[in-house]
Write a protein that binds this ligand. Structure first.
Ligand code: ZN
Length: 255
């Protein structure tokens, strides 16, 4: 147990230092604070998983959950678990740097019954899950809705982190560009991608009215990326880069 604690301490320390290096090299804490000052209506009945601040800068959405595992790796690694782990790391870093967040889920669950609308959700679980994630986004009215997912493709050689953006607010494309640039520079310089505009296939991005992006953290169908996404260290790296780029977006979004 002592060894476990020690490992955890070292990892956490490295994680914090990594975040500080990214933050100090991009934006000052003061500019982050002022960058999240956009006028907003208060959160009412957010139904969010944890904090319900009256001001929310980022809604962090871990894709899938519960009976919906999402994509899966050859060894059975479930996308829902990878997404939640990365989302929790992003949330922890947000707290560290004073960025108010709400997570749509902090447990292994779908959100179809979050607001108790129906007695029987048979055949409607997925649609109500997505509607409720949208409901949380709209109640919080954040500067950014950040959805975290992982990918899968029939060709196992396909890899890379891909950012999608909502077509409904021009700030979405700006956020996506900033996040994709950071991911390309820090985590995959040899496999750089460009942001893509979401089609109706991505329900949340197509329907949400706030600035919104979806980050695909890599391909579970690619052996190398699967192995990386299974490690705490790589997921923490990914979370640091995502949060640093989100902070830069927030800082440029003032006024
Ligand atoms: Zn997904």
């Amino acid at each position: 147990m002592i060894v476990d604690r020690s490992d955890r301490f070292v990892r956490t320390l490295g994680y914090i230092l990594f975040g500080i290096i990214f933050f100090t090299s991009t934006v000052t804490l003061g500019s982050i604070s002022s960058g999240i000052g956009r006028t907003r209506r208060p959160v009412v009945a957010a139904g969010a998983a944890d904090r319900t601040d009256s001001r929310v800068a980022v809604v962090i959405d871990a894709g899938h959950g519960g009976e919906d595992g999402g994509a899966s790796g050859a060894d059975g690694t479930a996308e829902k678990d990878v997404n939640l782990a990365v989302a929790k790391d992003v949330d922890a870093l947000s707290t560290l740097f004073g960025i108010p967040t709400v997570m749509t889920r902090t447990e292994d669950e779908l959100l179809y019954d979050r607001f108790g609308e129906l007695d029987d959700y048979t055949g409607k679980k997925k649609s109500h899950d997505l509607k409720n994630r949208l409901k949380i986004a709209e109640a919080c009215d954040p500067d950014l809705f950040l959805s975290i997912h992982s990918n899968k493709y029939p060709d196992p050689s396909v890899r890379g982190m891909q950012v999608w953006y909502s077509p409904n607010d021009p700030l979405s494309a700006r956020a996506a560009g900033t996040v994709q640039d950071y991911l390309n520079s820090h985590l995959q310089p040899d496999g750089a991608r460009t942001p893509k505009k979401a089609t109706s296939a991505i329900y949340l991005l197509k329907n949400v009215r706030t600035p919104a992006i979806l980050v695909e953290c890599g391909f579970l169908s690619n052996e190398n990326e699967l192995e990386k996404l299974k490690t705490d260290g790589y997921r923490a790296d990914a979370a640091c880069v995502i949060l640093a780029s989100v902070a830069e977006y927030l800082a440029g979004n003032k006024g």
